[in-house]
Ligand binder design. Sequence first.
Ligand SMILES: N[C@@H](CCC(=O)N[C@@H](CS)C(=O)NCC(=O)O)C(=O)O
Length: 225
Amino acid sequence: MIELYTSPTPNGHKISIALEEMDLEYEVKPVDLSKGEQKTNEFLEICPNGRIPAIVDTDKNNFAVFESGAILLYLAEISGGKFLPEDSQRRSEVIQWLMFQMGGVGPMQGQANVFFRYFPEKIQAAIDRYQNETKRLYTVLDIQLEGKDFICNELTIADFATFPWVNIHEWSGVEIGDLKNLTAWVKRCRERPGFKAGLDVPIRLNPADTDPEEVIKAAQKIIQK
Ligand SMILES: N[C@@H](CCC(=O)N[C@@H](CS)C(=O)NCC(=O)O)C(=O)O
């Protein structure tokens, strides 16, 4: 059984979507970031970086994995290679797009959110830099998606890693209307039951009931620590 330590954020959703699509049994352990639960000694033993997501494999002597990209690779391995091809070149292709998300889209869009939404000072140059870089990375994805249903043709962990971020592009202030392949891919992913279920972990957030000011206040508390 997999224990999933998570919060309702894009990095957390990567893993809940993967677990749903892989049909693996898992138990959700919600981590309240606004209360600082990710910095407790108990959690730091599982994840030395003090950030979600993290997993514990209770069937393997409570083996712990942190970093969402490493978790996706681990889950793909234990689920029998589903969503990560065995052939070396095809496998490498998936890992390349996974790294592209981990080193590119995630960090750049994360900083776009910080400077566009959460940082108390409005520094326009920083907002522009991170939004433009996110858009540039989205354009690379749009070109890759030409003629394909998913990033590497078939559904893989590269899609699980990338979707939760592109899915919140509006919150980051980055438009994708002109990127037709990316827009169609987001729609395709949103329609899958596994993606829908994964986005509801650890709680279903109804946008109509979510006050953006509360989200901003909670995020400000986290980035000021
Ligand atoms: N590179 C890490 C990033 C994890 C990360 O930034 N998690 C955020 C939520 S999306 C977090 O836990 N923030 C809480 C904090 O910074 O204290 C991964 O991909 O797992």
